[in-house]
Design a protein around this ligand. Structure first.
Ligand SMILES: [Zn+2]
Length: 232
């Protein structure tokens, strides 16, 4: 049994064959998929999918690259939505200094306020950090939020150790299969058994044998095999 802890099944790229994609995942043993929101509409789509499919659970959140869509209105809607039993987390939230579609200040405000929301509703958070790990770390510590997953972990061993000390969970996906990612495989090898989860981040970041294609939850098997091989 495998769980894809980060699958953007709400994306339009799955509109034509979503049923088949989910069936393929189930048929190879990926029995649960968690669908993270990127903005209000996307979050509501994830919740809708979670109600349509037993095997799907939803997270609600505004992605750092969409942080300009965060508002007090969205906050109060999320506050209500968070009580839905199929909503299992606040995400994905965080800071992205790579794309910088939205200014750092706006990203930081949305991130901090969503961490507050997570505390209020008692849900864990799923965090996106790109070229922003130190700031993400400081803000998370300051927030006092304890249940954290650093999705698509891509930092070095030193940062991983800081995360482990906090009891944060690292999300490993297709990037662990990429030939150039030796540093990440060191992290995978050393991460304590209870401090990592697997994810695809589909439709992005397909594992090596599917590079250039749309990623999907069934390909989590390749990620799992590679993680098992590295940790043997
Ligand atoms: Zn994602």
């Amino acid at each position: 049994m495998l769980i894809d802890t980060h699958a953007h099944l709400d994306f339009h790229k799955f509109d034509k064959d979503r049923d088949q994609v989910i069936k393929r995942a189930l048929s190879v043993g990926v029995t649960k998929m968690i669908c993270p929101g990127c903005d209000f509409e996307s979050s509501m789509k994830c919740v809708g999918l979670a109600h349509k499919y037993d095997c799907i659970e939803a997270m609600i959140g505004v992605h750092p690259s969409d942080a300009d869509k965060w508002s007090s209105e969205v906050a109060s809607k999320f506050f209500v939505q968070a009580k839905d039993p199929k909503v299992v987390g606040i995400g994905e939230i965080g800071l992205d200094y790579h794309h910088m579609r939205v200014s750092e200040e706006v990203q930081e405000k949305a991130f901090r306020e969503q961490l507050e929301l997570a505390k209020q509703v008692g849900l864990p958070v799923c965090v996106h950090a790109r070229e922003s790990a130190r700031d993400v770390y400081d803000i998370l510590v300051e927030s006092g939020v304890e249940r954290v997953t650093l999705h698509c972990f891509n930092e070095d061993l030193e940062f991983a150790e800081m995360a482990w000390k906090r009891g944060w969970i690292l999300g490993f996906g297709g990037t662990v299969t990429y030939p150039q990612n030796e540093e990440l495989r060191k992290v995978v090898a050393k991460t304590p058994e209870n401090l990592f989860v697997l994810e695809t981040d589909c439709p992005f970041l397909p594992p090596q044998s599917h590079r250039g294609e749309r990623n999907e939850p069934a390909y989590l098997v390749e990620v799992a095999d590679e993680v098992r091989r590295i940790r043997r």
